[in-house]
Structure formats: C-alpha cells, structure tokens
Design a protein around this ligand. Structure first.
Ligand code: AMP
Length: 397
C-alpha cells in the first residue's frame, strides 16, 4: 500500500518521497486516515514504529487544508504537541519541518532551561504548531504570552514517559485551558492504568489502536537473554563486546555506584566506556549523550532513571545488565532499538534473583525470550523457565 492512498496532499507526498520512505508503516496505515477523518485516537506505539510521522503528516494535512481561510491571530497556536523531554520536542519539531518543507506552516519547539524571551518574541505573530515540554508551556500561558482559544488539535506524545516524569499536574492544568472543541491524539509506548486514566479525562470517545501491544510483533528487535551469576556479569559483557565485535551498546544498570564500577571494570579490560547517572549534571549528561550519538563514545552505561529523560535516538543494541523491576521499563528500553528500517538487538543478563521479574516480562510479551549460552560462563545458580501466566503477588485478587 503506497503513501498516495492515504489522502495526503502532493507537497507531503513529495517530502515523504524525498526521505525515501517506500511505504507507510503499520501505525501510519491505521492512524493517518483516522486523524484525517477528525477522530480522537489513543495509540499504543513505541519510538521506532514511525509514530511521529503517523500524527505529524495528517496534522500538517489538516492545517494546510484550512490554511487559506485561516489567519492566525497573535500569540495563538493551532496545534499543540506535548512531549516529555526537550530532546524529543526538538526531534518532533525537526520532523515537522522535514515533512512540511513544501508547505507554508510555522512550527516551533518550546522547552525550559533556555531564555524565555526569544521564544516569546516568536509567538507574537502566532504559530501553527508548537511542540513543547509541559513546564515551559505553562510558564508561557501564565505570562499571557500564549493563548489557546484557536487551538484545534492536542497531541500527547510519549504520554507514559510524561507521567513517569511527574508532569501530570502540569498536563491537567494545560488541558483545563484548552477549548472544549478540539481533536485529541495520545501516543504511548505502553497504555498503563495511569495513561488510561489520563486518556479518560482528556478524551471522551477515542478510537484505540495498538501496533505494539505485544512487542513480539516488532520483528526488527532481536531479543535474547543470557543467564549468568551476578559476579560474572562484567566479564561476560567484556567477552561479548570483544567476541561479537560490538560497535555500540547502551547498557542499563541499576545503581549509579554500579555504573561507575562497571565503567572501570570495562576499562581494565581495554574497553572505553562512559556512564550517565543522576550524580552527573545535565550539561555533562548532554555532552556524553551527544558523544554517544556521534559514535565518539561506543559504550554507554546508564541508570534507568538517568536514561529516562534522554532521547537516545537510533540504537543498534541495548543491554539490560540489570533486568528492570518494572515490565514497562523493559518495554521502553528495548523500544530504543530496532527503529523503523533498522535491525536492533536487546540483550538481558538474568541472574537467579531476577526470576520473578523475568516471569512478569515474559508474561507481558506472551512468549519466552530465547536464551543463549557462552562457553566459559557456566551458571551455578540456575534460572528456571518462566511461568507465562505469572501474576505478581500484589496484583493477585
Ligand atoms: P519514530 O517511531 O517516529 O521515532 O520514527 C522512527 C524512524 O523511522 C525515524 O527515523 C523516521 O524517519 C523513520 N520512518 C518513519 N516513517 C517511515 C516509513 N514509512 N518508512 C521508513 N522509515 C520511516
């Protein structure tokens, strides 16, 4: 099915062709026609599925269609996309520019941590689409630099991450200010109870779709695990990096102390690595991240918390050096790899203590993750095979 059947105008089709997208991804096929028909949508989709284009393309189409008769008043916007992080805001706005390059619509990324004045100045004549983090957007509204009375569409992107990062109050305050008549779109890697509650408050009658409900349907991610005794993990990691000639890995670990220790253990074995954790300043974290993205740093050890607010972009491999406690974290982490059009690998180190977490993860996936073994790393504490209908004690009724 080609893009041309989706109801998008020629300037958008041309921009998509410039990017060499041959056909729409699964989520694009389902979501684009829904948005164009004016429906509210809740979509379970991770990064890497092409989700950004699935809302940006129809949004541009709609705003473009109405552009001729619409003169935007000062300090007004027509569409608002809320994102959890500055990095994601910048990335989504860059996509808007790419897809909208043959259209005459204006857009802007708005986030905190930078001077507010230039952003205010740009708002004076009105802007079609704003991509914003919740805090800065509220500041703007409080300062009466921005009014929502002409808003037509609200997009909540990566809603689960926004809730994880504690933005719920800000989001509620923003929604209170929006016109009742609007189109609502919510995207989230996982639809947790909290996300569902947010959706219920925001959206009354949405079409709900899922393309990643089971991640197993994302064939581009090769998931496998190795059972390993705790004390052998760093030796095993070094072995894999060397033997399989890895060029890149994002390695998730539980504690900041553990992160520092692992970096020095890798270095002793001749592998250069860096770490990001809560003990490092935002400036240092961003520099390390930029170096990781550019390939200057090949191996990045990150605590889950530190990595949560960062947009790491395209990755070939993630390693759960420590298996996360929460299933949603597992899904997020592996969703960072295997982005559209590229293969990815998600590897988990599983020790006996992780058995219950493993059961919960594999139950959610609906299948057992394939296991691999490596010579030289015999396991003393055997990890049994999961029970797939496992329900954690606190969720049993
Ligand atoms: P996203 O899921 O929005 O983070 O997109 C992941 C990547 O997929 C981005 O680099 C997009 O440029 C790319 N992409 C989006 N749609 C398509 C498509 N139809 N064909 C190929 N690549 C795509």
């Amino acid at each position: 099915m080609p893009f041309s059947t989706l109801g998008l105008c020629d300037p958008l089709l041309k921009a998509v062709a410039d990017l060499d997208y041959s056909k729409p991804t699964a989520i694009q096929k389902r979501v684009i026609p829904l948005i164009l028909s004016g429906k509210d949508v809740i979509a379970a989709a991770q990064t890497g599925t092409g989700k950004t284009a699935s809302f940006v393309l129809p949004l541009l189409e709609k705003l473009h269609q109405e552009h001729v008769e619409h003169t935007l008043r000062g300090k007004r916007i027509r569409a608002l996309i809320l994102t959890p992080t500055r990095e994601l805001a910048v990335q989504v706005e860059a996509s808007i520019r790419q897809y909208g390059k043959y259209l005459e619509l204006s857009s802007m990324a708005m986030y905190g941590g930078t001077d507010i004045e230039p952003q205010k100045q740009r708002l004076i004549w009105g802007i079609d689409i704003i991509v914003a983090t919740p805090g800065r957007l509220l500041d703007m509204a409080h300062q009466r630099a921005l009014h929502f009375d002409e808003l037509e569409v609200l997009v909540l992107d990566e809603a689960d991450r926004m809730l994880d990062m504690g933005f719920i109050d800000d989001i509620n305050k923003i929604i209170e200010r929006l016109p009742q008549q609007r189109q609502n779109l919510l995207f989230s890697a996982t639809i947790s109870d909290d996300v569902r509650a947010l959706a219920r408050r925001t959206i009354s009658d949405a079409v709900e779709i899922s393309v990643s409900g089971d991640i197993a349907s994302k064939p581009k991610i090769d998931q496998w695990l190795i059972t390993v005794d705790k004390g052998n993990k760093s030796a095993l990691l070094s072995h894999l990096i060397k033997e399989q000639v890895w060029t890149q890995a994002l390695i998730f670990i539980e504690t900041k102390h553990g992160a520092a220790k692992l970096v020095s253990q890798l270095e002793k074995r001749g592998i250069a690595a860096e770490s990001i954790h809560g003990g490092r300043t935002q400036v240092v974290r961003e520099q390390i991240l930029a170096d990781f993205k550019s390939g200057k740093i090949q191996f990045l050890v990150a605590t889950g918390i530190a990595a949560r607010g960062l947009d790491i972009g395209d990755l070939v491999r993630v390693v759960n050096y420590d298996l996360p406690d929460q299933v949603d974290d597992y899904i997020h982490r592996i969703g960072r790899t295997g982005r559209a059009g590229a293969a990815g690998e998600a590897i988990s180190f599983v020790a006996k203590d992780n058995f219950r977490n493993l059961c919960a993860i594999e139950s959610r996936l609906g299948h057992i993750i394939k296991r691999k073994e490596f010579d030289g790393f015999p396991v003393k504490k055997i990890v049994p095979l999961s029970i797939l209908n496992y329900v954690p004690k606190n969720k049993r009724t």
